[in-house]
Design a protein around this ligand. Structure first.
Ligand SMILES: CC(C)(COP(=O)(O)OP(=O)(O)OC[C@H]1O[C@@H](n2cnc3c(N)ncnc32)[C@H](O)[C@@H]1OP(=O)(O)O)[C@@H](O)C(=O)NCCC(=O)NCCS
Length: 343
């Protein structure tokens, strides 16, 4: 008899229609240059839904989820749980998983939001994997989706942060599988393990404070033009911590599985700045081509980055059945984590 494990068996992604925003477009709102943005971040374009007042993050996520279900050959009636990772929810409450559940029309199943920002997808993957391993659920829809363009300061004051972020959604179906061989050399497709961390001492180094109960500003008119109305970031500190934590947690995951970096075919990481991922390749001594990059086309889509990366890696032929993948992420909280799985 095999062991019950979980695997990712369906993928979908979406970006806001008509939302393409190039580095050139940015210069109409802020003092910046397309060359600066590309050189310092690797980003050439991103998608922003900002001007579309009728859309919400759950409506952006819907087509990605429908495509992931069809990619997995699964009917929506077979879903047991929805996990929605986002920092830009439809509303303060209820969670976007509930809005999405209504769009999908799957009432009754459990619906859960998680708030781990750039590490949200990996926290969600760990939760999905453990519910499936424990035999509680068979099929989990995990979506990372962001519509952060609606919260950004699109002026010179906010430029260091604003140029990095894009909107998008990536969805996966995590399903039960029976695994015979769990050894490091096993060729079977399943999620090996996830390793999660956080350090709340850095909570204020990357945050969106208002409206929140810690903030005194509840008057919308007062809020509109205050810096607290927008996300704030201590960019250099975030950068140096990301460069340290992403290799560290990847090595932790490799060691837990009796593997080394050479055993990984493809690293599909969170992407906040291309220079962070280049430094990751240097730190672990892996060929830069093994660290997948799609940041040039999407920017940092926070919780959506890893599933969009998986989608793009598969579309371009880099991710195939049997590929051994490691994913690491770092972001607000600070939170960070890594997962290893064979596709
Ligand atoms: C934000 C980030 C790109 C800034 O890059 P950097 O090389 O550290 O740049 P600095 O902050 O030192 O700024 C250098 C100069 O560029 C300017 N600058 C910042 N943003 C700019 C922009 N969009 N366009 C033009 N100039 C810009 C700064 O004002 C500064 O000017 P000064 O030297 O006259 O003061 C970088 O710190 C970063 O990527 N941090 C991590 C971000 C991250 O991971 N966030 C999400 C976590 S999930």
């Amino acid at each position: 008899m095999g062991h019950r494990r979980s695997k990712i068996q369906g993928l979908g992604m979406s970006v806001p229609e008509g939302g393409l925003t190039t580095n050139e477009h940015l210069t109409q709102w802020m003092d910046s240059s397309p060359e600066w943005v590309e050189k310092r971040t690797g980003i050439k374009q991103r998608y922003w839904a900002a001007k579309d007042n009728h859309s919400s993050v759950s409506s952006l996520a819907l087509p990605a989820c429908v495509d992931a279900l069809s990619d997995a050959n699964l009917d929506k009636s077979e879903l047991d749980l929805i996990i929605f990772a986002t920092l830009s929810p439809d509303a303060s409450f209820p969670g976007s998983a509930c809005f999405l559940q209504a769009h999908l029309d799957v009432p009754g199943i459990a619906a859960l939001d998680i708030r781990q920002q750039c590490t949200g997808f990996l926290y969600g993957l760990s939760i999905a994997d453990l519910y499936v391993r424990a035999g509680i659920y068979r099929n989990v829809l995990l979506v990372g989706a962001e519509m952060q363009s609606k919260c950004l300061d699109v002026s010179t004051r906010g430029r260091d942060m604003t140029v990095l972020f894009g909107d998008g959604a990536g969805a996966v179906i995590v399903s039960a599988t029976e695994v015979e061989d769990e050894s490091a050399n096993s060729k079977e497709s399943f999620i090996r393990s996830s390793h999660l961390h956080a350090d709340g001492h850095f909570a204020k180094d990357l945050l969106w404070e208002s409206p929140g109960t810690a903030n005194r500003i509840w008057n919308p008119e007062e809020l509109v033009n205050s810096p607290e109305a927008f996300p704030q970031m201590n960019g250099r500190l975030v950068f140096t911590n990301a460069v340290r934590r992403m290799p560290e947690v990847t090595l932790e995951a490799l060691e837990a599985n009796g593997m080394s970096a050479e055993d990984i075919d493809l690293f599909v990481h969170h992407q906040a700045n291309r220079r962070i991922n280049e430094k990751f390749a240097d730190a672990l001594g892996v060929e830069p081509e093994k660290v997948f990059s799609s940041i040039e086309n999407y920017g940092n889509t926070t919780a959506a980055t890893i599933p969009i990366g998986l989608f793009e890696a598969r579309r371009t032929g880099k991710l195939k059945a049997g590929t051994m993948v490691a994913s690491a992420a770092f972001g607000s909280g600070f939170t960070w984590g890594a997962s290893i799985y064979r596709w």
